[in-house]
Design a protein around this ligand. Structure first.
Ligand code: PMP
Length: 297
């Protein structure tokens, strides 16, 4: 996958530059120790032009993530939203994935670098795991304990955990993996939250050991609007064994059905699940095809 070519424009601390001409510092604390933060945001082509889905929520989470690591983002939420639209426009993108990244200054010490810079790029990225339902496994890697790092923040270094889980799953022929937390509860996938359907109710892991996904909250809100009961609680592998269906949600993956986790096969056909209905609703919402646009940001 080529994320950029010789025409791609990106934003680098105050300037719009060709991606091929932008430079990073090899002594950045982000590169050496993973002390940087990022977001993953999608823009969708809508009847009113490209619209960034929940820009405010994503940029607020970026500022929150930066705060957990003591990194300061100079740009305001409004400025970051404006920059994101400028990057889309400069590259002629409608549907696109936007990646803001806060890069720390050079520092080889272990105190947070004094300064950091915002970089923003965008590329065209179809749903991360494709459109068809996928197969997962239970990862041999656990999510980090919330007392080891701020698991509720999108910090670059945390993603070595996701890379290990995703790589292991792909090597074994699965699309991705569900990681458990240190208490053996289901946590989340490498880059997506999960929902389980059982007896006409949706269940999703409670906050605490997971990234509080913006898609997760959107799906909870959509389900409740549709009178589908949603319960946030600790779930175990036994809950998966008893489940009727399951799906995963995230900005990159959107709403993706799951047919099986290891040798646990879900009895409901994807087309007959709440997940399938919510996947369609989500798509209508982000592309403004929803007849009730009042819920849009
Ligand atoms: N969990 C992890 C570990 C993630 O990286 C992501 C992607 N940001 C998610 C869940 C889903 O979050 P969101 O819906 O905000 O994209």
């Amino acid at each position: 996958m080529n994320y950029y070519d010789s025409h791609t424009i990106i934003y680098v601390s105050g300037k719009y530059l060709l991606a091929t001409e932008a430079r990073g510092d090899l002594y950045s604390q982000t590169l050496h120790y993973g002390n940087g933060v990022f977001e993953g945001i999608r823009a969708y082509e809508t009847p009113d032009g490209p619209k960034i889905f929940k820009a405010r929520e994503h940029f607020e989470r970026l500022v929150f993530s930066a705060g957990t690591m003591g990194l300061r983002v100079g740009e305001s939420i409004e400025e970051m939203t404006h920059i994101a639209y400028k990057v889309l426009e400069a590259n002629g993108f409608g549907d696109a994935y936007i990646r803001p990244l806060v890069v720390a200054d050079p520092s080889m010490g272990l105190g947070t670098a004094e300064k950091a810079h915002l970089v923003m790029m965008a590329w065209q990225w179809p749903p991360l795991l494709g459109d068809a339902p996928v197969r997962l496994m239970i990862s041999s890697y656990l999510r980090p304990h919330p007392k080891t790092v701020h698991v509720e923040a999108k910090v670059c270094g945390h993603y070595v955990n996701s890379i290990l889980a995703s790589t292991e799953a792909k090597k074994l022929g699965f699309n991705d993996a569900i990681m458990l937390d240190v208490e053996d509860h289901l946590a989340e996938c490498s880059g997506a939250n999960i929902f389980v359907e059982k007896d006409h109710t949706l269940y999703t892991p409670a906050l605490g050991h997971i990234l509080p996904g913006i898609t997760r909250q959107t799906v909870i809100d959509l389900a409740r609007e549709m009178q589908i009961p949603v319960v946030e609680k600790h779930l175990t592998v036994d809950d998966l064994k008893a489940a009727d269906a399951m799906f995963m949600v995230g900005t990159a993956a959107e709403v993706t059905g799951v047919t099986a986790v290891g040798d646990i096969h879900f009895p409901l056909e994807w087309d007959n699940t709440f997940g399938h209905v919510l996947a369609r609703k989500y798509h209508m919402m982000v592309t403004h095809a929803d007849p009730q646009p009042a819920t849009l940001i």
